[in-house]
Design a protein around this ligand. Structure first.
Ligand code: ADP
Ligand code: MG
Length: 617
């Protein structure tokens, strides 16, 4: 029987699911729960420091800002206490009973997608507070808010579906978590084991961590030390701590500046891009410090949005010390700071792309999306960012990529435009009709494989005064038409006649039929009447978006191709078959452009043509 003032609560369904997995998982690195609880303690202390800037009435005002750990190997418990902001009863219910933690959310998302109870996901996302249940048969959370008129409470759960909350007397400010260890996990009640774990995971916590009375961490602001004194492993450890990561950083940039602002910054790029795994938009990952004091761990206004994949720390001495995250009064100072850091980061990426192109390609494959996003929407850094774009192209071998800078350096003397074409893949582009005219003239065309690429190109619109132009655009002018081939060509009059007959025969579905200056091997091609390429429309349609599909396209025919030469002859002597062939050539072109909506009519027509042809066999 529980006491009358004990309230029973059920966990939210998602938390039940999460706990079920956490408790039954065979995840081997159970020790991460120590790090998670210390990091929560450190967060709570950090929050208190901020509250202190603006509030006068704070309960237990003079307590030290520290995390205290005690182990008891007789009772088999480990206790982690902080004197941070604490939690009210409502906050206990909300924070520990519902899904508030972004890592836990991502964890559940990933489970839904993968469908399997993959233990490694626990390590990848960190399940925060709930990780305690990997080792606990019961957890008690004693907490008392900094708000003076709130009572203290204890939250108790064995992780099986429900928890209890009861008011307690005599509670200090902050939170004390007592973990009652399972029989198999007694090692976490040992002083030496915990000491080792704290050193491994929490050495960068900016508050003293006391283990059974002794301070075990050296509060070290790595980013303020000189580069030459820092070992690679230290950087990596710091990255793991700062980014809550388990991998090795892909890139690292450590720099300081004196003007226009005194800055020390340490930035990292992770191995993996969580947004690519479909896990939703990530929060900014570069924390803002002022002389070692954390101002904001996820500042929205410091760096541009597309830089959200970067992790690390920016420390600026020139920020007013009493700046708080709620009252970032000096926005312009923050923007100035962000600009210096962003420019430096962009310069770093550009250097890396030159120095270690292969490594950069890997980066671009995983994180290129952010660069593209920046090119498309961030006017401030468009120029620098556009130099970081890389594409395959018609003149490079498969797998090799070029920047716009290098493309321009290879441009033909009289070439004023940069050409690109969007397609499913290289093979699809190369087998389509659009490239022929460019190939014949030795003009390079960039290959784009993602719909976003074309969006980027049309937003960028030009690069160093060279217009960016889609190669399947209708109003494209390429000079010096290819030489007629040996079998000859339709005369200008014949071509004209054929074109107007085609227009009449095809009817409303075609806007204009004209003689192509671009086709070499293909008989015909369909083109978009406006700047949006037909590939773009097709991809948008596949994504279920209304592309404002034009009903009418441009149709270009090749007067040097035997099909057109024959068609021109047959349209008088054999008008029925000629009509079928004309319609079929048009549909084939639509297919190549990805614009044929309904193939049924075309299939019927193909049989008709086949049966007419078979009569002559
Ligand atoms: P996260 O720390 O990423 O938010 P957790 O699962 O670790 O996720 O914690 C959930 C929430 O519980 C925290 O956001 C915080 O509001 C609250 N919390 C956990 N531990 C403490 C603590 N020691 N002091 C105050 N609040 C805490
Ligand atoms: Mg946490």
């Amino acid at each position: 029987m529980s006491a009358p003032n004990v309230e029973k609560h059920e966990f939210q369904a998602e938390i039940k699911q999460l706990l079920d997995i956490v408790i039954h998982s065979l995840y081997t690195e159970k020790e991460i729960f120590v790090r998670e609880l210390i990091s929560n303690g450190s967060d709570a202390l950090e929050k208190l420091r901020h509250v202190k800037l603006t509030e006068k009435n704070i309960f237990d005002k003079d307590l030290d800002l520290e995390v205290k750990i005690s182990t008891d190997d007789t009772a088999n418990t480990i206790t982690i206490q902080d004197f941070g902001i604490g939690m009210t009863k409502d906050e206990l219910v909300k924070s520990l009973g519902t899904i508030a933690h972004s890592g836990s959310k991502q964890f559940l998302e990933a489970l839904k997608q993968g469908g399997e109870k993959n233990e490694n996901l626990i390590g990848q996302f960190g399940v925060g507070f709930y990780s305690a249940f990997m080792v606990a048969k019961e957890v008690k959370v004693y907490s008392r808010s900094w708000k003076e008129d709130e009572a203290g409470h204890v939250w108790t759960s064995s992780g099986a579906g429900e928890y209890e909350i009861e008011e307690v007397e005599g509670q200090r400010r902050g939170t004390k978590i007592v973990v009652f260890l399972k029989d198999d996990d007694k090692q976490f009640a040992s002083d030496s084991t915990i000491k080792e774990i704290v050193k491994r995971y929490s050495s960068f916590v900016q508050f003293p961590i006391k283990l059974n009375g002794d301070v075990v961490n050296t509060i070290d602001a790595l980013w303020l030390r000189s580069k030459s004194e820092i070992k690679d492993e230290e950087y990596t450890e710091f990255y793991k701590f700062q980014a809550n990561a388990w991998d090795e950083p892909r890139y690292r940039l450590h720099f300081s500046a004196d003007a226009p602002l005194a800055i020390n910054a340490l930035l990292f790029v992770p191995q993996e891009n969580p947004e690519r795994a479909g896990l939703g938009r990530i929060d900014p990952g570069v924390s803002l410090y002022c002389r070692k004091v954390l101002i904001d761990s996820k500042p929205d206004e410091l760096l541009p949005e597309w830089m959200r994949f970067a992790k690390g720390v920016v420390d600026c001495e020139d920020l007013p010390l009493n700046i708080s995250r709620e009252t970032m009064q000096d926005k312009s100072l923050l923007q100035k700071l962000g600009k210096v850091v962003t420019k430096r980061f962009l310069k770093f990426l550009a250097e890396e792309a030159k120095k270690r192109p292969e490594q950069y390609q890997e980066f671009f494959d995983k994180f290129g999306f952010f660069i593209k996003e920046g090119v498309a929407i961030d006017f401030n850094y468009k120029d620098e960012l556009s130099k970081l774009l890389y594409f395959e192209s018609s003149t490079l071998e498969k797998g090799k990529r070029t920047s716009l800078v290098d493309y321009v350096s290879r441009m033909k003397e009289d070439q004023k435009e940069i050409y690109y074409i969007l397609g499913q893949n290289r093979e699809a582009i190369e087998s389509g009709p659009y490239l022929e005219g460019f190939k014949a003239r030795g003009v390079e065309v960039l290959f784009l494989y993602e719909a976003v690429d074309e969006y980027v190109m049309s937003n960028l619109s030009e690069y160093e005064e060279n217009k960016l132009v889609s190669a399947d655009q209708g109003d494209l002018k390429l000079d010096d038409a290819p030489e007629p081939n040996e079998e000859g060509s339709l005369s200008e009059d014949e071509s004209k006649g054929l074109c107007s007959w085609l227009k009449e025969t095809i009817g409303d579905r075609v806007k204009e039929v004209k003689v192509s200056t671009r086709l070499v091997d293909s008989p015909s091609m369909a083109l978009s009447p406006d700047a949006m390429s037909s590939q773009m429309r097709r991809m948008m349609r596949q994504m279920g978006q209304d592309s404002g599909m034009p009903n009418e396209v441009l149709f270009e025919v090749n007067p040097r191709h035997s099909l057109m030469i024959n068609l021109n002859r047959q349209r008088e002597s054999n008008p029925d078959l000629a009509k079928l062939i004309a319609l079929q050539a048009f549909d084939n072109s639509l297919i190549a452009a990805g614009l044929l909506e309904d193939p049924r009519e075309m299939v019927t027509r193909t049989y008709e043509i086949l049966s007419q042809a078979s009569e002559k066999m």
